[in-house]
Design a binder for this molecule. Sequence first.
Ligand code: FAD
Length: 467
Amino acid sequence: VKTLVWFRADLRLDDNPALFSACQQGGVIACFLRPKQQWLQHDWGYNRIRYTERSVLDLQTELQQLNIPLLILEADDFRQQGSLLINLCQRLGIAQLFANEEPELNERQRDLGVQKACLEQGISCQFFHDQSLLPLGQVLKPDGTAYRVYSAFRKQIVQRIEQQPIQSLPAPSIQNKPELNCLLDGLPLIQLQPEFDVIQQRWSASEREALNQLECFTGEAIGLYEVQRDYPANEQGTSQLSHYLATGKLSIRRCWLQAQQIKISNPAQAASAQCWQDELIWREFYRHLLVLNPELCRYRAFKPVTEHIQWRQDAEALTRWQQGQTGFPLVDAAMRQLLTTGWMHNRLRMLVAVFLSKYLLIDWREGERWFMQHLIDADLASNNGGWQWAASTGTDAVPYFRLLSPYRQAERFDGQGEFIARFVPELAHLPAKQRIQPKGYVENYPAPMTDLKIGKDRMMARFKALQ
Ligand code: FAD
């Protein structure tokens, strides 16, 4: 029996349920179908696209060593993927198609279509639970509805894992090489060309490196995570594993288990390791939410009443925010970190999201899109969750009246203006206090683009009007 493993956001050998199950039976061929148009429709930018392509190439090399060929094919959008898969299965004499589940709506609808088409053609088709700690859609309140509050969700996850510990799978062993010969003639096979611009050079796309980095982080820095994670100048303060998790280079269960191991072997670090696991549960929370509330994938606010907020249309203000020219140093440093590295520290993601949606009163969807277009770790569930949290349109979001002041946040989390100086060189010559809040004119640096008090009052009025 020949099995086709269809890789999507699971570009790894380790703890990969679809790949592992296929290899138990032998005769494995793998494929990746590049849906370039679909990616653009989903607001993916070149950072995420190029990074994914590099990750696919790394996977191809790793699979080769197991004698599993990875066919890379062009399929503009999801509709084409279905027919291409069937074509591929028929040509290669494939009896079963295996893939790992994805949480997003379009992806799930596509998979339903593929399942149906396979059924019609007599091909068995199986999807495996993969992108979360517990199967998506299966963490529900006792009344059968979805959790809407993180703390209750977290409690449930922890309890369930205590009752039934998380399991992981090893990478498969070497397989017998399948014969492909001339069966592939006429298929839209492509050779991916890795592109290394300045941003790509920063981010490894290798599975081995991903596992190494996880090992290093949990071996050392995890013990300080609790106290260091909020300081953006400290690049070692967080794991920087999000790009690997977004492309599936790293398994979420592997991350969890590694942290769990630290909790057992090193009790002094247990609280900090738990704190890191709590962040993994935020990721989990947003993924489960997405599956149970597919409207989130259609640019809808979680709280319908917030659809009535009158957002401001201000193209110039939006551009200044995007380019890091707001005149608020920590906001600008953060936005420039995104532009120059493809990544942004979590505390700053919260800050700039509140700044755009609250102080500037610009629709959070503009910010969500900009993040998707630039983040190396762009991920619909976490990005949408983060934006709706900051804009107070989401479930269990920050209360609308609790703002993050750009100056206060800088005092607390970049007290010496070290991070600001790194990304806003115009301010680097100033003493720390002035980097955080410049007094008067600074050459080449804009004055604050808005009055925070006016911005706050305007936002409060619009939100109050909803009550
Ligand atoms: P660590 O602090 O080491 O955390 C470990 C892992 O836990 C992360 O890699 C990530 O997978 C997960 N995680 C941590 N914090 C969160 C969180 N608040 N929500 C969901 N998952 C979390 N994360 C993305 O992966 N992709 C996105 O597109 C994305 N957009 C965001 C947008 C906004 C407005 C906000 C506030 C947050 C967003 N996040 C997103 C979550 C978070 O900022 C990043 O996951 C984190 O900064 C990545 O750095 P790290 O790997 O060093 O994280």
